[in-house]
Structures are given as C-alpha cells and as structure tokens.
Design a protein around this ligand. Structure first.
Ligand code: GSH
Length: 402
C-alpha cells in the first residue's frame, strides 16, 4: 500500500486535539476562516476546470468522465451555495451530455445513459421546466427494458441503474419512482446472486455471490461491497427475511476477507494488499460496513469500519491524484462516513486534513488522470468533495451514497 501512497505528513487528531480548533467548533461547525479557505479554493479550481474542459472529449456524456459529471458538480454547487449561475451551468453541461447519449447497453448512472437523463431531469425540474423533466425521467427509467441479463455492480450493472432511480426520488420526491420498482430491481439482484452462489457451490459461506468479467470483485465500484450497500438500504429489499438470511451472511463473508492491515482485496483470491481506493479497498468497503452496522447493529461492523478509517488515514493520500474513484477526495469520504455515524471529531479532523491536501492540488508530483477535469477521475470530483465538506453531516459520496 505504501508504494501507492505518499506518506501522510499531517499530525493526527489524537496526538493534539487542539489542532482542530482552527477548523471546526465542538458542534462540528466549520470555522469562518476554514470555510472561507474552502470557498476560495473551490472558485479557483472551478476556473482551472472550466479552462481545462475546453479540450475535453465533447462526446463523453457520462457522469464518470463526461458532461453529466460536470452537470452533477454544478447541481451540487447550486445546492450548497444557492447561486442561480450554478444551475445555469448545470443546464449547459446536462444538455451537452444529452446530445451524446451512449445508446449502448450500458444502463447505469455513472457509465450509461440513465445518469445523464436523471441529472438533466433534476436540472429541468429546478428550472420549472416540468415537461422536459418528465420526458427525461421516463427515458431514464426506460433504459432497462424488462429484467434481462445484466451485471449487478455499480459502474455497469443493476446497482448503478438502481442508483439513478434513487437519485431521482431523493432529488424530486420519494414517489417519482415507486418503491415497488426499486424492489423489483433488488429482487432481480438477489436472484442473480443466489444463482451464482449455488453455481459456484459457495452457498454455505456466502448465499449471494457476484462476478463482473469472471472476477469476484470485492470493492464498491465493481464488487460485492457496492452491491450489498444497496441491498441493505431500508425498504430496497421488500422481505426483511431476505436481508437477514441472504445479505447478512454474504456481508460477513466479505468481512472475513479482511487483510491483517484492515484493508480488503480487490477480488476474491487476490492476496495483494495494495489498493486503497474507493473503487477497490477499504475506502469503498467502509460504506458497506457502516450500513451493515446501521442495519444489523453488530459492533464488529463498526470496529471494521474504524479500521478502514485507519488504513485510509495512513495510505489514502494516493500518488494517483486527488479524484473520487482512486484519489484522495474519494478516500476522504471514508472519514465523513465515520464522522456522520459517530460524530467523533477525529474523523472530521481527518476529512479536513485530506481537504488541505486536495487544496494543494498538483503540488505533490501525483499522476495526471486520463480525464484530468472529470468528476470521477479528475478535478471536478475534488471540487465536489471540498463543497461537501462545508456541510459535513449532509455530505454523500456522489453517484453512490444514498
Ligand atoms: N484511467 C484512470 C485515471 O487516469 O485516473 C486510472 C485507472 C485506475 O486507476 N483504475 C482503478 C484501479 O484500481 C480502477 S477504477 N486500477 C488498478 C490499479 O491501480 O492497480
């Protein structure tokens, strides 16, 4: 892990809690000086991003590396700052993404057409353009026709489609997409997981199992942790009994994959303790563990989640950069998850230190991502995180956390 990370140069909270006084008060309210620093940096990075996007791929509609991701960032900035100009920008970028929908079989929020359509729907709705919003919602829901064969993971599979339905409901009101529809998608994922578990004859260890391209991925982006995170959301699986009989033991199977370091492998059978990314490793696993603690209440899940926090603190400032998917900003959401859950100042302090690292963007000799200004690989994701930190209790990892 240490080959992939820069040594964390920050003093930790436990050594000197007084360090936090310059950052936030005992209620977790950021100090005016630190908030102001975040705001200035957000504006500065936005100018750099806008200039950089002039040479971005005009035809990439996706939320992951393309225009829908930039639109989602501006929608978020509109939420946080309430400025109409941000909504206007969101509209511009959402309409760019609509011009270049993939029209492929990809159906998810992040890598398919459901995301661009769902983001556009929310933008239109905020602009009181209800008819255009309705058309986008209908098209977004229709990207999956019937229950045909689909992978189940977040980037290309059922959970990524499910997220776009949940996004529409969270943004526009809980009843836009009926819960029964969300439950049908979850049931299809359960049936698929049971089928594979039986086929691989692992049902005694893990009643559910999932693969993507013949690998049993473990992390949030392609793997089990991302899938179970959704299957544990209240109400997504209609029958509580299924959550206890199928999901819980499968989550426990993932827990048993933990390395002695507290990190997790990218795939079952891969024993390289290397990746500390949101996409692979503890920064993604932590969200499953915290949800398992909320759902089942066993203390071990919270202990494992805290251990993920320690791994991210030590090895989470990645040489890959400052992005969401495999960078410092995405890793920092691990601390915000722990903070929301425990309200222990240590985690908020750590989130602020990772923000400090991100505010020194480009000064650590990190690699430049393939799409340097995008939401999931690049600068847009870093800006998203800095804006989320302004309201730590409301922060959610974009396109993933419910
Ligand atoms: N194209 C990406 C970028 O420019 O940011 C880099 C690819 C990448 O880092 N992929 C992630 C990964 O874990 C998975 S989404 N790769 C394997 C590795 O780092 O060993």
């Amino acid at each position: 892990m240490d080959t992939r990370a820069v040594k964390n140069p920050y003093e930790d909270y436990d050594g000197n809690p007084a360090l936090a006084q310059a950052l936030f008060d005992p209620h977790g309210q950021l100090t005016p000086a630190f908030s102001q620093r975040l705001r200035c940096k957000i504006n500065e990075l936005l100018s750099v991003m806008e200039a950089g996007l002039k040479s971005a791929n005009a035809r990439d509609c996706t939320a992951y590396t393309g225009w829908a991701g930039i639109a989602l960032l501006y929608l978020h900035l509109h939420d946080v700052f309430g400025e109409a100009s941000f909504l206007q920008k969101a509209l511009e970028h959402a309409e760019c993404s609509l011009k270049h929908l993939t029209r492929r079989h990809d159906v998810t929020f992040l890598c398919g057409d459901a995301g661009p359509l769902a983001v556009a729907a929310v933008v239109y709705c905020r602009l009181q353009r209800a008819q255009e919003a309705d058309v986008c919602i209908t098209r977004s829901v229709a990207v999956v026709k019937g229950s045909g064969e689909l992978p189940n993971e977040l980037l290309y599979g059922r959970m990524g489609y499910l997220y776009s339905l949940v996004f529409i409901n969270r943004q526009l009101g809980q009843d836009r997409i009926p819960l029964q529809y969300i439950q049908q998608i979850s049931e299809a994922a359960l049936a698929s997981g049971e089928h594979l578990s039986r086929r691989l004859r692992v049902q005694n260890q893990s009643p559910l199992m999932y693969e993507w391209y013949q690998e049993q991925y473990v992390g949030a982006a392609h793997g089990l942790a991302g899938i179970y995170y959704y299957l544990m959301q209240p109400g997504f699986v209609a029958m509580e009994e299924h959550v206890h009989r199928l999901v819980k033991p499968s989550v426990d199977h993932v827990c048993r994959l933990k390395f002695p370091s507290g990190n997790y492998p990218p795939c079952i059978g891969d024993d390289r303790d290397l990746l500390v990314h949101w996409c692979h490793g503890s920064p993604g696993l932590i969200h499953m563990l915290l949800q398992a603690y909320r759902t089942f209440g066993a203390r071990q899940y919270l202990d494992d989640a805290r251990q993920c926090g320690e791994v991210v603190w030590r090895f989470g400032l990645l040489k890959k950069g400052y992005g969401l998917c495999h960078g410092a900003a995405g890793n920092a959401y691990a601390f915000l998850g722990l903070y929301r859950h425990t309200q222990e100042p240590k985690h908020l302090y750590r989130a602020c230190m990772f923000a400090d690292w991100c505010m020194n963007y480009g000064k650590h000799g990190c690699r430049t991502p393939d799409t340097p200004f995008s939401l999931f690989e690049g600068m847009a994701g870093t800006i998203y995180y800095l804006a989320d930190l302004l309201q730590p209790m409301r922060a959610r990892f974009p396109a993933f956390e419910v």
